[in-house]
Design a protein around this ligand. Structure first.
Ligand SMILES: [Zn+2]
Ligand SMILES: [Zn+2]
Length: 344
């Protein structure tokens, strides 16, 4: 079968090539991949700026159909339409696993980074990671579950948004846009989202179309002034940091109100960041770092999809076959696309 493989370490080294069909273990299913979204971390693997082991088939935001069941798998049938959590090789026995936080298990190795991923025709996945796709959703739309689960996990589950909160989302990539919409859906009184000049091509216009209350190009407008205007000089209840940019991360702490909350989801390219530490301390901010997602994040998102509260089609701007992956990667990198989904 064909697969998009990172063949060795270094920049580039991404090739569409023939690979063997995976052999499943007793607790696994074989999935025919129907769609897989291009993620920012796929671009980072291309650039050699994200952890992975080579050679590895990349791609992790996928949906598909079960075509083979391991001997010990129950509760699933051939033909079931599924999406999957990312916690392959989680041990199932450590404190994190036993408390429903397998995403943080020390032995977890996610598909698309350390295990063969989904930019291919078939993928094997442990059955306990699967979630059923709601009937109203197609495979392309369902492939948007994973980035939404990441947003739901960080923003709704680890940080928490209450009705009437004013929420500021820094960064307008696919997860930022989905987070902003989700904040509206769960009752935020006002949602503010930011971007820069390159986001004027597709992402900031999309935020305006989605009806986000304030859409700010921080290259052109003073975000601090605008936030203080909107909040009567208090700052916002919740800041969701999704830009990964040093300047935005420092600003995230300054734009939260006293006793406000900061949710850190964006992944900066460096190990250490400077934040206004004393200022954050004496305003008693609550800070939640977050990555990946858990069972409940997926169920929340699939429920929002099923009830049409969150529409993947609002965010997916391009759909193309796997063979056009280079074009898809280019569109994602330049910001001409919001979410690109490759079909198999
Ligand atoms: Zn992703
Ligand atoms: Zn574990």
């Amino acid at each position: 079968m064909q697969a998009l493989v990172k063949t060795e370490r270094g920049v580039g080294h991404l090739e569409l090539m023939e690979v063997p069909v995976p052999q499943i273990a007793a607790d696994e299913v074989l999935i025919r991949v129907r769609a897989c979204g291009i993620c920012g971390s796929d671009l980072k693997i291309y650039d050699d700026q994200h952890p992975y082991t080579a050679p590895v088939t990349i791609g992790h935001e996928f949906s598909g159909e079960i075509i083979e069941l391991g001997a010990a798998v129950s509760g699933w049938s051939l033909g079931d339409r599924v999406v999957s959590e990312q916690h392959t090789r989680a041990c199932g026995r450590c404190r994190q696993c036993l408390t429903g936080n397998a995403f943080a298990c020390a032995s977890k190795r996610a598909p698309g980074y350390f295990e063969n991923g989904a930019f291919t025709e078939m993928i094997k996945i442990p059955a306990w990671l699967l979630h059923r796709i709601p009937a109203r959703l197609g495979y392309v739309e369902a492939a948007f579950s994973e980035p939404c689960a990441v947003a739901a996990h960080g923003m709704l589950e680890r940080t928490g948004i209450f009705p009437e909160d004013i929420v500021l989302v820094l960064g307008c990539g696919p997860i930022g846009l989905a987070a902003a919409r989700m904040a509206q859906v769960v009752g935020a009184s006002k949602v503010i989202i930011t971007g820069v000049d390159r986001d004027e091509k597709a992402r900031l216009p999309m935020a305006r179309r989605l009806g986000i209350d304030a859409v700010v190009n921080t290259t052109k407008s003073d975000l601090h002034e605008l936030v203080m205007d909107i909040t009567g000089g208090q700052g916002v209840d919740v800041v969701v940091e999704l830009s990964g940019a040093a300047s935005a991360i420092s600003q995230a702490f300054r734009l939260a109100r006293r006793l406000g909350k900061v949710c850190i989801l964006g992944q900066p390219p460096v190990d250490e960041m400077t934040i206004p530490y004393r200022d954050a301390l004496f305003r008693a901010l609550t800070v939640s770092f977050s990555y990946s997602s858990k069972y409940t994040s997926w169920e929340r998102v699939l429920s929002l999809f099923e009830r049409d509260m969150l529409r993947p089609t609002d965010f997916i701007t391009h759909v193309m076959p796997l063979t056009d992956w280079e074009h898809g990667f280019d569109l994602s990198r330049t910001g001409d696309a919001v979410k690109v989904v490759l079909t198999m």
